[in-house]
Design a protein. Structure first.
Length: 303
């Protein structure tokens, strides 16, 4: 693949020499600057962009370069595939994002505002993010398959029975058997999980869920154990890879009564978007790779 060279050229000036790795960032002389260089005036003293460049690059230069790399490569892929994006495709990405955040539109908008503030997504970066998602989605669209098994799992996750449970993940069979013995002796599952579990849920006393029987966000072994357990009782130790876990089903909410045919269109949409997202993430990682990128300004290099 051809090397992408990122070179800053000012006006008609000659191509600059690459800056040494440890060379300090120093602002250019103030002579000859125009109002376009002015960022602010602090107590009568001007602050110009060159003086902010170094700190700005240190704060987010690597991310900005990675985004630029992905965008350049995305445009090449779109051109090669004969795909052109229109404004409607980009606008749909905002709707998809809101839909993923919350069912209630007002709450979704509130959450989106919080995310944009937290991640520093101003109008320019947010618009670029929407375009990037639209481009990735367009490129992977033909690879997405919506099958009966996936639809059934999606329907079950949305409308099937749900269980809440507590889980304790232990490092060995000895630890798991000791955990179970202490439960049989009357100890609290929540307290033991908080003390001994290796899972992130330990901070919540091992509480997880609600989860559906076919919810893909949990491993098969965990879901099977949760739905096999009698409500209020703990399972025997279950081996999952190098560790053991014990679950205690705490409650169950029955299916909501919605029929598959009534929910089919929505299930297809959710399944398609979920599989698109997996492929989009994989493609984005591929396009963000550093090979083929020549960095002339080392302050943009990954730390």
């Amino acid at each position: 693949m051809a090397v992408i060279s990122l070179i800053l050229a000012w006006g008609c000036a000659a191509k600059p020499e690459p800056r040494a790795v440890d060379a300090p960032l120093s602002p250019a002389p103030r002579e000859g600057r125009t109002l376009r260089d002015l960022v602010a005036i602090v107590d009568g003293q001007p602050v110009v962009f060159d003086e902010l460049r170094g700190p700005l690059v240190e704060m987010s230069g690597t991310t900005a370069l990675q985004d630029a790399t992905v965008d350049l490569r995305l445009r090449k892929r779109l051109e090669a595939a004969g795909i052109s994006l229109d404004g409607a495709a980009v606008a749909r990405e905002r709707e998809y994002l809101l839909d993923a955040l919350a069912a209630d539109q007002s709450r979704a908008l509130e959450l989106l505002g919080e995310i944009r503030t937290r991640q520093g997504l101003g109008d320019t970066r947010f618009a670029a993010l929407l375009w990037r998602n639209a481009a990735l989605r367009a490129l992977v669209a033909r690879e997405v398959k919506v099958d009966d098994a996936g639809l059934a799992a999606t329907f079950d996750t949305l409308h099937g029975p749900k269980r809440r449970a507590r889980i304790a993940v232990l490092g060995s069979l000895v630890d798991a058997e000791r955990f179970r013995a202490d439960l049989d002796a009357g100890a609290s599952f929540a307290e033991l999980a908080a003390e001994r579990s290796l899972d992130d849920s330990a901070a919540r006393g091992g509480l997880i869920g609600p989860l559906a029987r076919r919810d893909p966000s949990y491993p098969d072994a965990v879901r099977n154990a949760v739905f096999a357990a009698e409500i209020g009782t703990a399972s025997a130790p279950v081996l999952d890879g190098p560790r053991f876990f014990i679950v205690q089903a705490t409650s169950e909410t029955p299916a909501d009564g919605v029929s598959f045919e009534a929910a089919r269109a929505r299930c297809e949409e959710i399944l398609r978007r979920s599989r698109e997202r997996l492929l989009m993430d994989a493609l984005a990682r591929e396009l963000a790779r550093r090979d083929g990128v020549t960095v002339f300004d080392r302050t943009f290099d990954a730390k």
